[in-house]
Design a protein around this ligand. Structure first.
Ligand code: ATP
Length: 238
């Protein structure tokens, strides 16, 4: 892959008190990629994703966005990234239009442009027919579509999706995976997951994280299925 580098994590580490949650992580995301961050529970995926988005400061290291340090230019992160956290802050009493309009405002989209931005995000995420439904009354799958729609509301070049299929039923999982692939046509994507088949189905490249460290990073098309499986299985062997 030789697209331009959009995000570069350099030697990222993060401590929570005595716990070293992420240690010396180096990652790049290039234009056009869907990069999977695969790892078991507690491996450091969410901590890494939060640092990539600027929601959490690293204890050491830095994140570059389009070559500029996020620490120096934090506003670049807001403009360039859309983030779907593991537990998105949806407001259940809002309907879809109201919520996405509110999110558009948070991103500084003017009132005049807000309706068009909301319409585009709803269309991209299959939500047009749900516009007036309260978020509380949507299925989990549709709530996750709303989460994806807020992540793309400002048309960021990159979207960062933290375990977006957790808690969904099998049909919803298939639908959300297909939607992420579709969104990957317009946005470069970083997707975290602990599910190997999900990464294989959706991603063009994978980085495996275990105990806070990247232990493997490769393009999907050069990975033999068997060897990939044994790497993943080997992670938790004593
Ligand atoms: P999961 O899939 O379970 O969400 P994860 O791979 O996203 O796991 P993290 O949530 O990044 O992993 O957690 C990495 C490590 O840091 C774990 O040991 C976790 O217990 C610890 N940790 C995460 N958040 C905090 C926090 N706020 N305070 C203290 N320790 C934390």
């Amino acid at each position: 892959m030789d697209g331009e580098i959009l995000i570069e994590a350099r030697h990222l580490s993060r401590r929570y008190g005595p716990t070293l949650a992420v240690s010396d992580v180096n990652l790049t995301l290039r234009k056009g990629e869907i990069l999977g961050l695969l790892g078991p529970n507690g491996a450091g995926k969410s901590t890494t994703m939060k640092m990539l988005c600027g929601c959490l400061s690293p204890s050491q290291g830095e994140v570059l966005i389009n070559g500029q340090s996020m620490q120096v230019k934090p506003e670049a992160a807001k403009r360039s990234l859309g983030y779907l956290p593991e537990q998105p802050p949806l407001y259940p009493e809002f309907n879809v239009d109201e919520y996405l309009g509110y999110c558009a405002g948070l991103h500084g989209i003017s009132r005049a442009e807000r309706v068009a931005a909301v319409t585009r995000a709803k269309q991209a995420c299959g939500l047009s027919h749900m516009a007036k439904r309260n978020i509380a009354n949507l299925s989990k799958g549709y709530q996750q579509r709303v989460g994806l729609a807020q992540a793309i509301i400002h048309r960021p070049p990159v979207i960062v999706l933290d375990e977006p299929t957790v808690g969904l039923d099998p049909i919803q999982i298939q639908e959300i995976r297909a939607l992420i692939k579709e969104l990957g046509r317009e946005h470069s994507v970083i997707l975290s997951s602990h599910i190997l088949p999900e990464i294989q189905a959706v991603c063009s490249r994978v980085a495996i994280i275990d105990k806070g460290r990247i232990v493997f990073a490769e393009a999907m098309d050069v990975i033999q299925r068997e060897s990939f499986g044994s790497i993943v299985l080997g992670l938790r062997r004593p």
